[in-house]
Structures are given as structure tokens and as C-alpha cells.
Design a protein around this ligand. Structure first.
Ligand code: ATP
Ligand code: MG
Length: 439
């Protein structure tokens, strides 16, 4: 039976071909990356999932009919080629295939929306409009293989350490931290919003007795600004742990980030090479810089910052220059952190909040959370939030809520760091930003 799947069934991926297979018959399937017709000889570079192999067709050795078929293979058409492996000094990997049969599996239209062989990448907008073909470039797909490994490692880590994976709703009735940055939607006859964070739900799960929960899910933020590190839809890796302190969940976060770095370094070396990126693996503890020290550092570099200000972009830039790679900022003023953040017991003006930074980029925010009902109400009032709007959340604090802490880390922010790209849009297949809602 020669249906289309029989026809396209390969014996090898290009990455598995090597000189040990010399003189053997193999079959490869993939896209025509490049075709060069020199008259007496035609070269096709055939590209598959993670490699490229050269097909060499000298007219001396090949029937005129097959030669004709080979010549008709257009760029980005999918072909399946059966032939013999030969050594060749000039070909990639030192081998080529001399074809015996060729099947056209599906033709590509020309001209292409994007040239897959160009050495310089096209404009990001052009690429995102034709993302499917942009991803055929191995240095682009490398980003997503690395992101996939990152999420895989994160899941493994959580499963190995007694966490339960949870999925919380993304359609919500009210804001997590108060009115701003939300996408309103129509929910039957009511107004609802897209969730900006699973924060309130993962805290409610602390009252469920599950102890350690994590979620890898979408968050939606109606950020107006167009920056290289903000999206309107992102993936958040969230963890929440009962009976664990700020310091303990910081340790969890640091361990996870280090594990991700080491897994990527051992499992994604080809992809890092494609991206020309050297992974930095810190071998000591992430430094801890208290907020007041940040304030001193920033102002000593002639950037204006007052106690109680969040880090401006200019302030982040200073920190990026001063700090090596990963570090924590701790002891944030309670006044600029969300209502659910636990103030420090001995100095309530300061909080248990922390941010994990990589140079000038915020990767994660976390804290010990308030588990005491009365304190939670007090903090809501001081932030001018109406406790009535949070009544279902608040109930979970009245019937035995454990002390707990947690954090949320932006998956795309971390992907930027581990792949070395500087525009967050590079790390999302189909980014949602201020101007982009399709594809
Ligand atoms: P920033 O100050 O950088 O805008 P944030 O403090 O508003 O971030 P948090 O609410 O603390 O963000 O969210 C936790 C993490 O989620 C952030 O540290 C970041 O990694 C990620 N994140 C938040 N907003 C976005 C966004 N718009 N696009 C991509 N990632 C985001
Ligand atoms: Mg933050």
C-alpha cells in the first residue's frame, strides 16, 4: 500500500546519518531548504526537524527522468528521497545521499513569505505574520525547544517535591490586586475579566490541605506600554507552599532556576549552539540585596529614586550594570506591594516580598502571604480595596488557613535569559501585544 504516509516514511532523520552508514540505503523526508542546479549536477539541501542533509544528483549516475523530477523540486516543497549514503568532503557532516527515487509529498507555493535560508532574520512583524515558516529556521525553533525543556524541568521538579498541579479559572469576577491592568470581557449579562494571576486561587488552595501546589498557566495583563519585556498574554509558573517561610520558598525558586539551567545545558546544547548562546550557570548562592541597598546603589548612579518607589526602568538598568546575573531584592516597603503580602513582624513598614532578578530583568515576585483574616482586612482597607469584593476569597481565611508563602515567575522572561534573545516576542509562538491579536 503506498498511501501518502507510506511514501513519506523515513528510515532516518538527518541528524542520525553519519559516515558509519556509508553505502547503505536510506530514506529521508523533509523540506527543500535549497536547490542548486549546476547543469551536470544538482544539489538539494533537505531540512527536517533538527538537521540538514545534502542530496547530490550527478546526471552521469542518474536517469534523465529522475533528474527531471529532482530539478522540479521547489524550495520548501516536501520531498521524500531514497538513496545511498556516500562520503563527501564538501557536504555538511561529510556525507551526502545519491538519490534513487524521489517523491513529492506536498508542493510549496512561490515566492515564499519568508526566506528560510537568509542569514539575517527578517523584521519581527514579518516573521510573526508567517510564524509557521519562521519556525522552520532552526535558530528560531531552538527557542521553543529550550522553552519546552524549561517547562518540563519545572513540572518534574514540582512532581518530585510533593507538589500538586492545579488549574485555576482564567475567567474571573474581580481584580487580583485592585482595578488596573485587566481585560474586561462580557460574561453573559455581567462584566468579567481575564485573570492577571492565579494568586487568590492558589492561596485558597492553601486552606484545602494540599500544602504544596503549582500551576503553569496563562495570565492576561492589559499593559498599555509597548516594551521588549511585556506581553499582554504570558505564561506564569506559580508555586504556593503551606507552612513555608519567605526564605524557604526563595530557596525553592533558586533551586528550580539552577536545575533548569543545568538541564538546558545538558539537554539543549544543539539549540544553544544554533542560538550562539552561552548559558551562564551560577555556582554560588544568588546574592540578596535589600531594597534600601538598591535605593543607595541607584541614587549613587545619579538616577532619581525615593523610598517607596518601585524600580523605574532606569533603576533596573543601574542594577543590571552593578549585578552579575541572578540576585534577589528583598525587604520591599509594604506600601508598594500587594495587600496579601505579609509585613515583617518586627518592622511592618517593610515586607516579606522578594523579587528574583536577572541583571535588569524581573523574573519573579513572591513573598510570605498574610494568613490572618483580620490583618488581611486591615491591609485591604489601607490599599483602598473593598473587602466585600473579595468575600469568597476571604472565607478561606476563617476556617484554619496555614501560614504560607509562594511566588510567580514569568516563563517568557526566563526563556529570554536562557536563550539570550532580547525581545520577549521571540519567546512566544503567537505573541499578544498592544498591536497584535493575529495570528
Ligand atoms: P514588571 O514590573 O516587570 O512589569 P510585575 O511586577 O508587574 O512585572 P508580577 O505581577 O510581579 O509582575 O508578576 C510575576 C512575574 O510575571 C513577573 O516577575 C514577570 O516575570 C511575569 N510578568 C508579569 N507581567 C508580565 C508581562 N506583561 N509580560 C510578561 N511577563 C510578565
Ligand atoms: Mg513583580
Amino acid at each position: 500500500m503506498t498511501n501518502i504516509f507510506e511514501k513519506s516514511k523515513r528510515t532516518h532523520y538527518s541528524k542520525d546519518l553519519n559516515t558509519d552508514l556509508k553505502d547503505e540505503n536510506v530514506k529521508v523526508t523533509g523540506w527543500v531548504h535549497e536547490i542548486r542546479d549546476l547543469g551536470g549536477i544538482v544539489f538539494i539541501l533537505l531540512r527536517d526537524k533538527d538537521g540538514i542533509i545534502q542530496i547530490t544528483a550527478p546526471s552521469k549516475k542518474i536517469t534523465p527522468e529522475l533528474m527531471e523530477q529532482i530539478r522540479s523540486a521547489k524550495k520548501e516543497t516536501i520531498i521524500s528521497v531514497k538513496g545511498k549514503v556516500q562520503e563527501s568532503q564538501k557536504a555538511p557532516k561529510g556525507i551526502e545521499i545519491i538519490p534513487e527515487t524521489l517523491d513529492i509529498i506536498n508542493e510549496s507555493k512561490l515566492p515564499l513569505p519568508l526566506d528560510t535560508t537568509e542569514k539575517v532574520r527578517a523584521e519581527i512583524d514579518t516573521r510573526l505574520d508567517s510564524r509557521f515558516i519562521d519556525l522552520r529556521k532552526h535558530d528560531v525553533s531552538a527557542i521553543f525547544k529550550i522553552k519546552s525543556q524549561m517547562l518540563h524541568t519545572a513540572r518534574n521538579y514540582f512532581y518530585d517535591n510533593g507538589f500538586t498541579e492545579i488549574n485555576t479559572p482564567k475567567l474571573v469576577a474581580s481584580a487580583t490586586e485592585g482595578g488596573t491592568e485587566l481585560f474586561p470581557i462580557t460574561y453573559f449579562e455581567k462584566e468579567a475579566f481575564l485573570g492577571q494571576s492565579p494568586q487568590l486561587y492558589k492561596q485558597m488552595m492553601m486552606a484545602s490541605g494540599l500544602d504544596n501546589v503549582f500551576e503553569i498557566g496563562n495570565i492576561f495583563r492589559a499593559e498599555e506600554h509597548d516594551t521588549l519585556r511585556h506581553l499582554n498574554e504570558a505564561i506564569s509558573i506559580d508555586a504556593e507552599m503551606s507552612f513555608k517561610s519567605q526564605e524557604e520558598v526563595m530557596e525553592t525558586l533558586e533551586t528550580l532556576v539552577k536545575l533548569i539551567l543545568s538541564d538546558i545545558s545538558s539537554n539543549c546544547s544543539t539549540q544553544l549552539e544554533e542560538l550562539n548562546h552561552t548559558l551562564e550557570i551560577p555556582n554560588k548562592a544568588f546574592p540578596i540585596v535589600p531594597y534600601e541597598e538598591v535605593l543607595d546603589l541607584v541614587t549613587s548612579h545619579d538616577v532619581t529614586m525615593n523610598y517607596g518607589d518601585d524600580l523605574s526602568r532606569a533603576a533596573e538598568k543601574v542594577m543590571g550594570e552593578v549585578m552579575d546575573n541572578y540576585y534577589f531584592i528583598t525587604d520591599w516597603p509594604t506600601s508598594i506591594k500587594p495587600f496579601y503580602v505579609m509585613p515583617k513582624e518586627d518592622d511592618p513598614e517593610k515586607s516579606t516580598a522578594f523579587d528574583l532578578m536577572y541583571k535588569d530583568l524581573e523574573l519573579s515576585s513572591g513573598s510570605q502571604r498574610i494568613h490572618n483574616y483580620d490583618l488581611l482586612i486591615k491591609q485591604m482597607n489601607s490599599k483602598e480595596l473593598n473587602p466585600d469584593a473579595f468575600d469568597k476569597y476571604l472565607r478561606s481565611f476563617e476556617y484554619g488557613m496555614p501560614p504560607h508563602s509562594g511566588w510567580g515567575m514569568g516563563a517568557e522572561r526566563l526563556t529570554m535569559v536562557i536563550t539570550g534573545v532580547n525581545n520577549i516576542r521571540e519567546t512566544v509562538l503567537f505573541p499578544r501585544d498592544r498591536r497584535r491579536l493575529t495570528p
